[in-house]
Design a protein around this ligand. Structure first.
Ligand code: MTE
Ligand code: MO
Length: 253
């Protein structure tokens, strides 16, 4: 595939221009929405649904994906490969750890908040070119959760799944253990909004932002790397900023 089909856009799971074998993906959901919207919706489920509907509707009206060129809050664009994602909250959110670990676990938000928190401030770089300087992310080091789970010796990689039901990501175990890889609960010194993948997203500071899976719900230890959503569509699995995807951006770490 060409780099023209890229994570600035979103693929349509139900067939709109995407055959999964390398043709450019449908641009259903690339969104720059009003900067004011994101903060407010985090608190109100009804508004959150309205927000989702707006996202889906806007994307469907704009199959060109040009909405992706509009700035969202603070230079971010909001991306989702699904047309909507039902929100999860304190009561309904779970993060499971399974696969090649000694102890399977299911964390609630309160459990994650009770663990030591790490705050990092780095630039965010999307593989399509946009960059947001100095963005605080805060949460639990992925390594902390891996240690608690007891990774089995045959495990070599980690697969991440999301409650949008579509997105996935992966890291080698070595990458996953880095101190700048977080299970993030906060972004820009606020709880992660639904639009930015809250209540919990992955944050992989040294890699292109597509590695930072939104709406994180599953961590599975595997024997080998299983390429994620965008990697199945041509993007590099080892997505170091400035050293992958044929790009030469300044590193983020
Ligand atoms: N679940 C999920 N995570 C995702 C994506 C997505 O579409 N779905 N897009 C990725 C891409 S390409 C980018 S650039 C960032 C965008 O994050 P933002 O929407 O918070 O700006 O999320 C990444 N994680
Ligand atoms: Mo991206």
């Amino acid at each position: 595939m060409t780099k023209d089909a890229n994570p600035a856009r979103a693929a349509d799971d139900d067939g709109g221009g995407e055959d999964g074998r390398g043709t450019p993906v449908g641009r259903r959901v690339v969104l720059g929405m009003l900067a004011a919207g994101a903060a407010g919706v985090a608190a109100a489920p009804a508004l959150q649904r309205a927000w989702d509907n707006t996202l889906g509707a806007a994307a469907q009206k704009d199959p060109t994906g040009l909405t992706g060129l509009l700035p969202a809050g603070g230079g971010f664009r909001y991306y989702s490969v699904t047309s909507s994602t039902p929100p999860k909250d304190e009561r309904t959110y779970r993060l499971t750890i399974d696969g090649l670990v000694r102890h399977h676990a299911a964390y609630r938000l309160a459990d994650l908040r009770a663990l030591p928190q790490t705050r990092l401030v780095r630039d965010v770089q999307c593989v399509t070119g946009w960059r947001v300087p100095g963005t605080p992310f805060e949460g639990v080091r992925l390594a902390t959760l891996l240690d608690a789970a007891g990774v089995r010796p045959e495990a070599r990689a980690v697969r991440f799944t999301c409650f949008d039901g579509a997105y996935s990501e992966s890291l080698t175990l070595e990458q996953a253990r880095r101190a700048d890889v977080l299970v993030a609960l906060r972004m820009q010194d606020k709880p992660l909004s639904h639009a930015h993948g809250g209540p919990v997203r992955l944050y992989v500071a040294p890699m292109y932002f597509y590695k930072s899976a939104k709406w994180l719900s599953g961590i599975t230890l595997t024997e080998r790397v299983e390429p994620g959503y965008w990697e199945d569509r041509g993007y590099d699995v080892d997505a170091w900023v400035g050293r992958s995807n044929g790009r030469d951006d300044a590193p983020t770490t």
